[in-house]
Structures are given as structure tokens and as C-alpha cells.
Design a protein around this ligand. Structure first.
Ligand code: GDP
Ligand code: MG
Length: 162
């Protein structure tokens, strides 16, 4: 079976945009309204010769009531099923209370967690990304899922963790 990379994070941080960027297609549904994702959950992906399964835990956002619950459920599923976890935070917003809850869940896992600081569309966003060191999950990788910035460096690290 292929290794599984799970993508965890609040609604609207850019999980589906990141999925589309990684798979190089527009298959995941990108929504401007938080919490209404209808994406499928798994996709096949490849980076630098490594095939893997990409799991968008936002695909369950409509299944439960309450943002905290659904994001926590995504984190639990990821910790159980994935070989590595990408935790996506919106660097332009910073870490929210929900992000802190997810951080606490993810700190329980021994699986590799890669902290993705998304929406860093230009160099001026690097400082906001660096502020996410405070989550205590290691180095934040600044990316723009929308424009592709930083995605290669992120995937090098993430795939090496599989
Ligand atoms: P999800 O709910 O986490 O799956 O988030 P989506 O992928 O649906 O994206 C939510 C919104 O954020 C959409 O309007 C996206 O276009 C926008 N978005 C996603 N990634 C980026 C990014 O890197 N930069 C900017 N500026 N916007 C982004
Ligand atoms: Mg989504």
C-alpha cells in the first residue's frame, strides 16, 4: 500500500488549494465560505519519484457540527491512518484558538508533523510565518498554495518524512 500523507487544519486555511497544487490538478473543491467543503478525501500524488496518498481531512467538514469538532476529528483520523501529517495554518491570520487545540492533539502523536504556514504569497509574509514557531511544532514551512511559492521545499521535507 502507498504511504499516506494527511492534511489537517481549520476550514479556509487552504487545504484543498494545497491538495490541488500537490496533485497538479483542480480536483479538490476550493471554497470561499469556511466549512462547506464537499471534497473527496483521498487523492494519489507523486513527488520526486515517491508515490503517496494525499488525504484531505477537510473532506469531512460537513459531517459534524462545530468547527472545533470537525477539525479535531480530522486530526484524530490523521493520527490514526497517516504516515505523516501536514498541519496547515493561515499565516496571515496566525494561530487561532482552534489551531492551538489541534496543536495539542498533534503533539500526542509520534508521527511526523509538518507545519505548513499557508498564504505566504510574497516575502513580506515570512515574518508572519516565523511567528508560528510559537505553536511548538517545529519549523513552519512558508508556502503559497495559491501561487506555488515554497511548495517544492515543503514537499521535499514532507515526502522525506513518509
Ligand atoms: P480549506 O477550507 O482549508 O480547504 O481552504 P480552501 O482551499 O477552500 O481555500 C479557502 C480560501 O483561501 C480560498 O478563497 C482560496 O483561494 C484561499 N487560499 C488558499 N490558499 C491560498 C494562498 O496561498 N494564498 C491566498 N492569498 N489565498 C489562498
Ligand atoms: Mg477544503
Amino acid at each position: 500500500a502507498l504511504p499516506i500523507m494527511a492534511i489537517v487544519g481549520r476550514p479556509n486555511v487552504g487545504k484543498s488549494t494545497l491538495v490541488n497544487r500537490i496533485i497538479g490538478k483542480r480536483l479538490a473543491v476550493v471554497e470561499d465560505t469556511p466549512g462547506v467543503t464537499r471534497d473527496r478525501v483521498t487523492y494519489t500524488a507523486e513527488w520526486a519519484g515517491t508515490d503517496f496518498i494525499l488525504m484531505d481531512t477537510g473532506g469531512w467538514e460537513h459531517n459534524v457540527t462545530g468547527i472545533d469538532l470537525s477539525v479535531a476529528q480530522g486530526a484524530e483520523v490523521a493520527m490514526e491512518m497517516a504516515d505523516a501529517i501536514m498541519f496547515v495554518v493561515d499565516a496571515t491570520v496566525g494561530a487561532t484558538a482552534t489551531d492551538e487545540k489541534v496543536m495539542k492533539l498533534l503533539r500526542r502523536t509520534k508521527k511526523p508533523v509538518i507545519l505548513v504556514a499557508n498564504k505566504v504569497d510574497g516575502p513580506q509574509g515570512e515574518l508572519e510565518a516565523a511567528a508560528l514557531w510559537n505553536l511548538g511544532l517545529g519549523e513552519p514551512y512558508p508556502v503559497s498554495a495559491l501561487h506555488g511559492r515554497g511548495i517544492g521545499d515543503l514537499l521535499d521535507v514532507a515526502v522525506a518524512a513518509l
